[in-house]
Design a protein around this ligand. Structure first.
Ligand SMILES: [Zn+2]
Length: 295
């Protein structure tokens, strides 16, 4: 089971979030049948959204979206405040050859475009406040740097973000996946910030230690070196969608009487596939007849 921890260091002037997301990303790429590079991109986005969501206080749904001109076309992920994430890429089969140093060319697959963050709240009390939306141009395309750039530019929070997905060619595809987000709050000591920058720069790849069984706490130790920190909260992280047969039924019903009648006349029932998780719901003629009788 994947886990995320939230903590602080240096008298709460440094906020820390770390997560291991190996199973979460496995579920995502198994559902969407993404190519290797798109899998790495989607995995980084899902992990980044989980980390960002854990640092926010008041929201019900966090959406992080890339709209870009590279082969992947776009990536959309959502996180809620319980640690559930879901998401998809526009072109799951998009692929590029590896870079000269043998890495996934996520930057090339993403291309140029915009990075959006939308926070919605008030669902629980029946109020839907105007969502908060922030956006920045894509400066890196490697995704971790784009989260950091977004935090610095749009939320005025200097941050270091590390996201990693290590894949292999056979199932389970994800060997290791996880991330760390370090947010520097006002009043942070310059010396501490420099120390963190140094240890982050020298830290081994997250996936190398996750592969060996590292926990989110271990990841924080890795990037903080000798700096003490306190873990304040933890939560499970999982790929979980909100779709269901009943929701699919309601959505088809909302198309109206004529549309449902013509689906029934064509005698093939109706199918609805959820974009977020790729689950297909099949409504047979009996279900459509029931629906029609209620419209
Ligand atoms: Zn779904």
């Amino acid at each position: 089971m994947d886990r995320l921890v939230y903590g602080t260091a240096a008298d709460a002037t440094v906020r820390l979030i770390a997560a291991v997301t190996t199973d979460t990303v496995e579920e995502a790429i198994r559902r969407h049948e993404t190519g290797p590079t798109a899998s790495a991109a989607l995995g980084r986005m899902l992990t980044g959204a989980a980390l960002l969501g854990a640092s926010l206080k008041e929201f019900d749904r966090l959406t992080v979206r890339i709209e870009s001109d590279g082969p992947v076309g776009g990536i959309t992920v959502e996180a809620n405040n319980a640690g559930d994430v879901r998401g998809y890429v526009r072109n799951p089969a998009a692929e590029l050859p590896p870079t000269a140093d043998g890495k996934f060319d996520v930057r090339g697959l993403v291309g140029q475009g915009m990075f959006y963050v939308m926070r919605e709240s008030g669902f629980d009390i029946g109020l839907h406040h105007e969502p908060y939306v922030g956006s920045v141009p894509i400066t890196s395309g490697e995704i971790a740097e784009d989260f950091a750039y977004y935090l610095a530019k749009s939320e005025q929070i200097p941050a270091a973000v590390l996201l990693g997905v290590l894949l292999k060619k056979t199932e389970p595809f994800v060997v290791a996946s996880g991330g760390v987000m370090i947010q520097i709050m006002p009043g942070a000591n310059d010396h501490i910030v420099t120390m963190i920058e140094d240890t982050v720069r020298r830290a081994p790849h997250l996936t190398e230690v996750i592969k060996e069984g590292a926990t989110p706490e271990d990841l924080l130790k890795l990037v903080l070196g000798i700096i003490d920190f306190e873990v304040l909260a933890e939560r499970p992280v999982a790929f979980r969608c909100t779709c269901s047969y009943d929701r699919a039924f309601a959505m088809i019903s909302a198309l109206g009487r004529d549309e449902v009648a013509s689906m029934l006349a064509e005698d093939n029932g109706a199918m609805m596939t959820c974009g977020f998780c790729n689950e297909t719901y099949r409504l047979d003629d009996g279900a459509l007849e029931t629906m029609l009788s209620e419209l």
